[in-house]
Structure formats: structure tokens, C-alpha cells
Design a binder for this molecule. Structure first.
Ligand code: TMP
Ligand code: ASP
Length: 238
């Protein structure tokens, strides 16, 4: 199948990925770049081989979720940096699931970094760079017409289920899944998981050392960024 796929025109370029036509109206190709941004692109850089890591890690996790009955846009990995996916209309909501206090939650609510969140929480952010992706409520989602209430309920249920599947997966690999961000889309009107799940979109802490193994190393200038991404690849796909 992979041989028959021809990469067509660029449809869209985001901060970390490009999306190309795949010669079939229902499908697109996601190309993973090494470009890294943080703080709404105020900080920019390159993480060497990040695209390869994020492509392969996302493949592994999408397969895991598909096998567990969560529909995703993943079809097949085409190369080190390319993935064939279903074409979706992205829902403009960033869905964050949190198992531990970190990042913007610690800052916003004055909570202590690392404290367990039991049961985990699901948050919604408006995917809008001009506004800096603000935190929103379900009422705001209705006001902005971002998704129907039934779709929001399905997203929340799947986000919790995905968390239940991913926490033990990473635990078995010596990693604490602190939090992560998901994006969903509509494919022929059906809700499916889209985007990526990678060290760019998750926080992982090493179980033994507590060290960050994700984009926080870039955000906070912690060093050994490439090494951390390669270690995630080794533990997830090795
Ligand atoms: P936050 O603590 O900064 O709100 O981030 C929560 C999670 O979402 C964390 O795992 C990183 C991820 N994330 C993204 O994938 N994209 C983003 O633009 C931001 C701000 C966070
Ligand atoms: N990707 C985000 C941005 O640059 C920020 C982040 O992941 O921290 O907009």
C-alpha cells in the first residue's frame, strides 16, 4: 500500500508538522519537523531528530489506542518522518489530561508541582494562537460553537480512557505520565483522535530520577534535549 502513495501539495504547515495531500481525498500525510517552539512560539529552536521520534512514538501509541477501541486518524507510517492519516477537520479544542500538578496548572492555581491529582482532571483550551490558547469551559465551547455537547462528552470519556491506557504503558517503561494534550477531529462527521502523542505533547518524568523526558527540557533550558527524546523512543519503541 505504501508504494502507491504519492505525496502531493502542501495543505498546511504548523509549528511542528506539515500536512500534504496523499493522492486520495480521504487521506493526508503528516510530516514531522525538528522545529520546536514554546510559549506560543516566542521561543524557537531545533531538536535534532525530534520529527523521527515523534512520528514513531505517535505510531506506537495510536496503534495501542486503536487496539483498545479508540478510533484514531492513524493509518500507517510511511517513513521516518511521515505518517499516513485520515483527513480530518480539527476541532479547535486542545484537551489536556493531568495526573500530577505541573506546568500551567501549578502556575494558575498555585499548586505544588508533582502533587498527585486523583482522580485525574480533563481541561479544555481554545486552540487559537492569536489568543494564546486560553483555558475554556464547556459553556465557552457552546458559546464559540466549537463542538456539540454530545461530542464534548465523548471527548471527555475518551480522554479519560486514553489516560487509563497510557498511564500503565508508560509505568511499565519507567516513566510517569504527568500530563498530555490531545486533539480530536471529524472524519466524515465521525469523531476520531488526531494530531500526535509524543514528547512534544506529553510530560514524562523518569520514575527513578524524576527528570523531565519531554519538551520541558527545551522550554526550561534543561539541556540534554535530544538525549531525552532518544531515550523516550528507546523505551517506547525499542
Ligand atoms: P501546560 O501545563 O503548559 O498547560 O501543558 C499541559 C500539557 O499539554 C503538557 O503535557 C504539554 C502539552 N502542551 C501541548 O501539547 N501544547 C501546548 O501548546 C501546550 C501549552 C501544552
Ligand atoms: N507548542 C506551543 C507553542 O509554541 C507551546 C508549548 O508546547 O509549550 O505555541
Amino acid at each position: 500500500m505504501a508504494n502507491a502513495i504519492t505525496k502531493g501539495a502542501l495543505i498546511y504547515e504548523g509549528k511542528a508538522k506539515k500536512v500534504f495531500e496523499a493522492g486520495q481525498p480521504d487521506h493526508v500525510i503528516q510530516y514531522f519537523k525538528d522545529d520546536a517552539t514554546a510559549f506560543n512560539a516566542e521561543k524557537r529552536g531545533t531538536i535534532v531528530e525530534k520529527g523521527v521520534v515523534n512520528n514513531k512514538v505517535s505510531e506506537r501509541l495510536f496503534r495501542l489506542l486503536e487496539d483498545a477501541g479508540i478510533p484514531t486518524h492513524f493509518l500507517e507510517r510511511l517513513s521516518d518522518r511521515e505518517m499516513l492519516t485520515k483527513r480530518v477537520t480539527i476541532i479547535l479544542i486542545e484537551v489536556v489530561v493531568r495526573n500530577r500538578v505541573a506546568g500551567s496548572l501549578a502556575k494558575r492555581l498555585g499548586l505544588k508541582e508533582g502533587d498527585a491529582i486523583e482522580p485525574p482532571i480533563v481541561e479544555f483550551y481554545y486552540k487559537n494562537d492569536a489568543l494564546g490558547d486560553p483555558l475554556i469551559t464547556e459553556d465557552h465551547i457552546r458559546l464559540l460553537n466549537l463542538a456539540a455537547p454530545s461530542v464534548v462528552n465523548q471527548i471527555k470519556a475518551w480522554a479519560n480512557r486514553i489516560n487509563q491506557l497510557l498511564v500503565p504503558f508508560f509505568q511499565e517503561r519507567g516513566m510517569i505520565l504527568v500530563d498530555f494534550k490531545l486533539e480530536f477531529g471529524l472524519h466524515h462527521g465521525k469523531l476520531i483522535l488526531a494530531d500526535e502523542i509524543s514528547p512534544d505533547t506529553c510530560r514524562f518524568w523518569d520514575q527513578k530520577t524524576g527528570e523531565s523526558m519531554d519538551k520541558d527540557r527545551f522550554r526550561k533550558d534543561l539541556g540534554k534535549i535530544e538525549e531525552a527524546y532518544q531515550e523516550v523512543l528507546r523505551r517506547v519503541c525499542g
